[in-house]
Structures are given as C-alpha cells and as structure tokens.
Design a protein around this ligand. Structure first.
Ligand code: PDD
Length: 287
C-alpha cells in the first residue's frame, strides 16, 4: 500500500512528500513534534498530546497552525488513509520556510505542518516487553529546555547509537550530579528498595511525558504510591524494578543498566502489571 503523508494541507504519496529546502525545521531545528500511539485505529491520549504541542509552540512563539480540533482531524485522517491499526502517528510543526536567518521570519510566514502514520507490530513490542530492555547511561549533553518537545534530537540519536553499540535499547541521560534525567526518548522510572515508584519531577530538564502523566493517573486510581524525585544511577542499579514510559514503548521493563541486572534480571511484576493496565487510564479516541 502506498503510504500517504500530510504536508501543509495536502495528503501526498510518500515519495513526493517534501518541505522547502529552507524550512527552519531543517536549518535550525526550529520545530516541535508529537508522537502518539495508535491502538486499533484509534488515537491514544490525543488531548494531552495536542495540549503539549500547543505548549511547545507557545514556548517557542511559533504560531498555532490550526485549531486543536483540526490538528486532531489531520492525525485521524493520516491514520485512516494509511490504514494504520496499531502503530504511531507523528505530527511536526516548524516555524516555516524563509531565506536563512537566525532571526524569526516575518509574521506572514506560515508554519509547516507534516503528519505521518506508521504501523508497528504489537507482537514485536510485546516480545520486547517480555524480555525487557537494557539501558546504557551517559552524560546529559542536551540543552536546558528539554521540557519543549523540539526536533533537536541529535544528542538523543547519538546516545541511542552509543547504547546500541552496547546492546542496549535505550540511553538514560545523567546530570552533572549523577542523577538520571530521563531516557533519550522516554521517561525513566525505578521502584526503590521500599517498593515506591520513583520518577524525576518535572523541570525544564525533562519532558513531561504523556505516558508518564497517564501512568500517574493509573497509580492514583489504584492507590499505588509514587514519588517525584531525582534518583542516581547507583540507586537505579540497586532498584527492585526499573522501566521506561513513552508513547512508543508504553510501560517497558528495564532489566539491565550498564550491564548490571536489575532485581533478578527479569521484568518486574509491578512493571508488568502497569504495562497490562496502562490503557485503562488512557484516553482512547472514538474511531
Ligand atoms: N519521545 N522524554 C523524551 C526526551 C522523549 O523524547 C519522549 C517521547 C518522552 C516520553 O514522552 P511521551 O510519553 O509523551 O511519549 C520523554 C517520542 C516517543 C519520540 O521522540 O519518538
């Protein structure tokens, strides 16, 4: 089936979907994005993703390209046209195109909007969750506004590449004081020796993950205690359980950090339970 990509108001065949050579997303990483889960053809946590996109745009003073409802319509239509049942939808908004200049272009320049949808095999993801993933830790070399979901992802790409060289699926960034900030494309969690769930509090050092927020809703619903505080790599290595959250991985068990097994080296029971219950707390859009 030919894939279709939404670009600035048109649904184009994949091979012909392109943006201008002087798009600021391309030259300055002057763009923001969202990745949402698609489950059985439905968008998961659409409201939170669209709200976060709006916040990212506002923080960078990129004009909102269209109303939230219209953005949702674009995402749904992209999913539909690509016949994605299970997978992800990717939405990117850049400040637009113009002759290369660090200064923002004139107000008349409209943002560039791109939307793609892709199938992801649920069984492959489940297989990964059954074995759990390995993490490699490394210094956090990113900028000071990681709360904005920009496409400035080179440190994340380099980190994941370095992780892969060590047979790890994800990298955890570590700040100068030895505390884990977050994953290259996920939030980091542990279950400490007291059995409490721990994840770093939201500051400009991390992204407020939608999966993280929805998981917190689930935890509250089941009266499962959690604390938002930083944790060190040493504490993570000694934790009972560890996991990551993201729209692409949901709740994914971590079984090794820098080669050291976590707990008994298998996915933790609480992590598995949270993974299987996750969608109970998520907003599932109507088809
Ligand atoms: N990344 N932290 C970072 C740095 C991320 O890039 C992501 C998501 C998250 C988790 O956010 P959420 O739960 O809303 O997916 C945390 C997406 C999946 C990506 O870049 O592919």
């Amino acid at each position: 089936m030919t894939r279709v990509v939404y670009v600035n108001g048109r649904y184009l065949p994949y091979a012909h979907a392109s943006v201008h050579a002087e798009d600021r997303g391309f030259q300055f990483a002057d763009a923001v994005y969202e990745v949402c889960e698609v489950m059985a053809g439905r968008l998961v946590d659409e409201t939170r993703h669209i709200e976060r996109l709006g916040r990212s745009l506002k923080e960078l003073r990129i004009p909102q390209p269209m109303a939230a409802a219209s953005l949702a319509r674009v995402m749904r239509e992209t999913i539909r046209r690509n016949r994605v049942a299970d997978g992800i939808v990717y939405l990117q908004v850049s400040r637009g195109a113009g002759p290369r200049d660090f200064l923002f272009p004139a107000a008349a320049v409209s943002p560039t909007v791109v939307c793609l949808a892709r199938s992801v095999s649920p069984s492959k993801l489940e297989a990964a969750a059954e074995t759990g993933i390995a993490i490699k830790t490394m210094p956090d070399t990113r900028w000071a506004r990681c709360d904005i979901k920009t496409v400035m992802l080179l440190p994340a790409a380099l980190a994941k590449e370095a992780a892969r060289a060590d047979d790890a699926k994800e990298a955890w960034f570590v700040d100068r004081d030895g505390y884990v900030t977050e994953g290259a494309s996920s939030n980091a969690w542990i279950i400490d020796r007291e059995g409490r769930l721990v994840t770093r509090q939201v500051t400009p050092a991390i992204l407020r993950g939608v999966t993280r927020t929805t998981l917190m809703d689930l935890l509250k619903r089941h009266a499962i205690e959690f604390v938002e505080r930083p944790f060190t790599v040493e504490e993570a290595k000694a934790a009972r359980e560890a996991f990551i959250t993201s729209a692409t991985n949901l709740v994914m068990p971590v079984v090794r950090i820098d080669g050291q097994p976590i707990g008994n080296g298998a996915p933790g029971l609480m992590t598995q339970r949270l993974r299987s219950d996750f969608h109970d707390a998520a907003e599932i859009a109507k088809p």
